[in-house]
Write a protein that binds this ligand. Structure first.
Ligand code: 1HN
Length: 344
């Protein structure tokens, strides 16, 4: 492709005239906004180690009472986007949240979608639109756009979870805001069997939670499905998607969620794709190779990989490894931007 003229190739007087009228020449920036063949991502391949986050999060618990934090979170920020912008990728926000015994984080609702993946601790819960979702290790809990949610903790030990939000995209769209509330009356305990039996309430159109019939995905059931699939299909990679059980569509509209099992000594090579990805170890350990970078991941560690990277997930241990994955595929597919390439 032709090298285009630079800003410096234009007379300063001309540039000043443009500037004064809020005009900008396209050609000096054309190759930046439209790079040849693939994007130039700001997202850097990166790992956050849980054993480095945890002591700092516990210290946050000593430094800042929950009333002064509302949500006590350390954000997993990608330096490629500028730490202060609080992005793991251009679409995905990640944070580790701490709730101490008997603490309560008041109800609010906001436009960005969130999920929680429980990392450690027992007996905390999130109430979403009156549905109480108990939190156990590995559970996925949805708090979709516009739904009231609050967190409580009846146990004795700190509880830590991973928050995943589409905040960077929603904020960029100037669509991000929150409404404060207080405490919601609990109407029922969220449970999967309500929809797992192939039974749904009739008269769909009058149900308010039509888009989100299931808010809690218990890890024990997801794990058992992965183990069963690994036995049935001994060759293929084993991965399950978190979907809306009524429609089979992605469980949220912007970020996609899945879980992958690496058998003992298995390597999975992912095809490069247009969507950036996040990996979080639920159980076990793995190596991750992202282009030329290699990282060791242990339980509760989190990694991110930019678009079109070559990713190898490698389990050299004799135990299976279970990995939670978040990616930007749903929003990219809706916008007609999603593509997958062959490995080179
Ligand atoms: C939020 O609402 C929670 O409800 C956690 O726990 C993290 C980060 C940015 C914006 C809203 C929560 C958040 C958040």
């Amino acid at each position: 492709m032709e090298q285009l003229a630079r800003l410096e190739d234009l007379p300063p007087r001309y540039l000043a005239d443009l500037n004064q009228r809020n005009l900008v020449p396209l050609w000096p920036s054309l190759r930046d906004v439209l790079p040849p063949l693939k994007p130039i991502p700001k997202t850097q391949a990166l790992v956050w180690k849980f054993n480095e986050i945890k002591p700092l999060l516990i210290e946050a618990g000593e430094l800042t009472p929950i009333e002064k934090a509302e949500r006590r979170v350390l954000v997993l920020a990608n330096p490629g986007h500028g730490l202060e912008n609080m992005r793991a990728t251009s679409v995905i926000y990640l944070g580790m949240q701490l709730l101490l015994a008997k603490e309560w984080a008041p109800a609010h609702r906001h436009t960005p979608n969130a999920v929680r993946l429980i990392v450690e601790g027992e007996k905390a819960y999130t109430t979403v639109e009156g549905q109480k979702c108990e939190m156990s290790h590995g559970d996925l809990i949805l708090t979709p756009s516009g739904l009231w949610h609050e967190h409580g903790h009846d146990g004795d030990e700190p509880v830590i979870w991973l928050d995943v939000l589409d905040l960077p995209l929603v904020y960029y769209m100037e669509a991000s805001y929150v409404e404060g509330g207080d405490c919601q009356p609990v109407q029922r305990i969220a449970n999967k069997p309500r929809y797992a039996a192939g039974l749904v309430p009739k008269h769909h159109h009058i149900r308010a939670d039509q888009d989100y019939p299931m808010l809690r995905y218990p890890w024990q059931e997801a794990k058992q499905l992965l183990i069963d699939l690994a036995h049935e299909h001994t060759q293929a990679p084993v991965q399950i998607a978190y979907v809306n059980p009524e429609t089979g569509e992605d469980c949220q509209k912007i970020i996609g969620y899945s879980a992958l099992m690496l058998r003992p000594n298995e390597t999975v090579q992912l095809q490069p794709r247009s969507a950036a990805m996040v990996f979080h170890i639920i159980e076990g350990q793995a190596h991750i190779k992202i282009d030329e970078k290699n990282y060791d991941l242990e339980k509760a560690d989190t990694a991110c990989a930019p678009c079109f990277s070559q990713i190898d997930l490698i389990n050299t241990s004799s135990e299976p490894c279970f990995i939670f994955i978040a990616d930007e595929a749903p929003i990219q597919k809706k916008l007609g931007l999603y593509s997958v390439r062959n490995r080179i």
